[in-house]
Design a protein around this ligand. Structure first.
Ligand SMILES: Cc1ncc(COP(=O)(O)O)c(C=O)c1O
Length: 374
């Protein structure tokens, strides 16, 4: 392997530009190369239609077919049939922080939450605007480096909300908790990364821009038996029932984003489905955590049992070398490894589309930095 010292001379710049880049951003994030190629082609012309994907009506038969195939693929990957409904919405997972309580939480009722990091905290803040919130357990005491295990969810809660993967803190819920009330999950950063008993959930939501596609689409899977029981009015666009009735076409959706999600879902199926994604994700994360553990310079942040397979977070034993590492990594084709601004350190996001080759390359770069520049 050749390592660029610094892209300052023309020769270095040339090798820098020619070097393959691996994208470790947390989101929007890496997508499979074939998905990007197909998406680029569809922007030129969709399926020999003589029109671009992004200039056809969302009510055309071609786009309706795209929505229907994408919903069928989500059903195939999850095995979920009616009364579950699959929706493509807008507003990101952030909108779901309020759309969920709007549809499910009465003013006098209580929503239970597991607080595992910044994202669950944001969901809690919005739910408080609608009803009571009970945080059944929190890992705030140790900077969200673990997932609490010992807690009880009240039987009379309207629902129990978890964030299956905390993108910023790099912790993941590996054992889906039991609850006697409807289980709601923000799966924005680990959806379709592993096999799950999907029927354990009453509602799942995920911004697309990590494991499913580009930003601009939000996947919601909801058991429709849950809906229609709150005692307050719900604005039209907030009411899941309107989106169900109109098959995610209540208003103009993000047609490009939904199409790229369809391409990614096809790619997941063609690669071997969720079983294969899970296998690859375990392998990739295990390699990187082992390399971090073996070093003197790097220290993984999350506790071993709760480490995320999607977002691997670590700090340096020599924090004064942080900027140098970010620079060295970027010069050597590893892009986006700086940790979230709220926690610092480093984070490598290893979503489905990240090849093992990318993780091996990152490990080589980290080792080289430790040996020669730390
Ligand atoms: C776990 C999780 N929840 C929610 C969000 C917010 O998503 P959005 O920016 O799509 O609203 C993110 C974004 O990174 C996330 O990682």
């Amino acid at each position: 392997m050749r390592f660029a010292a610094s892209p300052t001379s023309p020769a270095d710049l040339f090798s820098f530009a020619a070097m393959k880049k691996f994208n470790f951003y947390s989101g929007p994030a890496i997508l499979p190369a074939e998905v990007l190629q197909q998406a680029a082609q569809a922007v030129q012309e969709l399926d020999n239609l003589g029109l671009s994907l992004i200039e056809i009506s969302h009510r055309s038969k071609e786009f309706t077919a795209i929505v229907e195939e994408s919903i069928d693929l989500v059903r195939e990957l999850t095995g979920l049939k009616a009364p579950y409904q699959v929706l493509w919405l807008q507003g990101g997972a952030t909108m779901q922080f309020l759309q969920v309580p709007y549809n499910l939480l009465n003013r006098t009722a209580t929503a239970a939450f597991l607080e595992t990091g910044s994202w669950s905290r944001k969901a809690i803040k919005e739910a408080r605007l609608f009803g009571h919130v009970q945080v059944v357990a929190s890992s705030a005491d140790r900077n969200f480096t673990y997932v609490p295990k010992d807690y009880a969810v009240p039987d009379d809660a309207a629902y129990f909300h978890i964030t299956t993967n905390e993108t910023i803190h790099g912790v993941q819920v590996h054992e889906i908790p039991e609850a006697s009330v409807p289980l709601i999950a923000d799966m924005s950063s680990d959806i379709f990364s592993r096999q799950l008993d999907w029927s354990r959930f009453a509602l799942i939501y995920a911004g697309a821009q990590k494991n499913i596609g580009p930003s601009g689409a939000t996947l919601v899977i909801v058991n429709e038996e849950l809906l229609g029981h709150v005692d307050h009015p719900i604005p039209t666009m907030m009411d899941y029932r309107n989106h169900i009735k109109d098959n995610s076409l209540h208003n103009t959706p993000s047609t490009f984003a939904i199409y790229v999600c369809l391409l990614t879902l096809r790619w997941i199926r063609q690669q071997g489905g969720l079983a294969e994604m899970e296998k690859r994700n375990h392998r990739k994360a295990a390699m990187l955590y082992a390399a971090l553990e073996a070093s003197e310079l790097y220290r993984p942040v999350a506790e071993p049992d709760d480490r995320s397979l999607m977002n691997v977070c670590w700090v340096l034993t020599r924090p004064d070398r942080e900027e140098a590492l970010v620079r060295f990594a970027a010069e050597n084709g590893c892009i986006g490894i700086k940790g979230h601004r709220s926690v610092g350190g480093f984070r490598a996001s290893l979503y489905n589309a990240m090849p093992e080759e990318g993780v091996r390359h990152l490990i080589d770069v980290l080792r080289h930095f430790e040996q020669h520049h730390a």
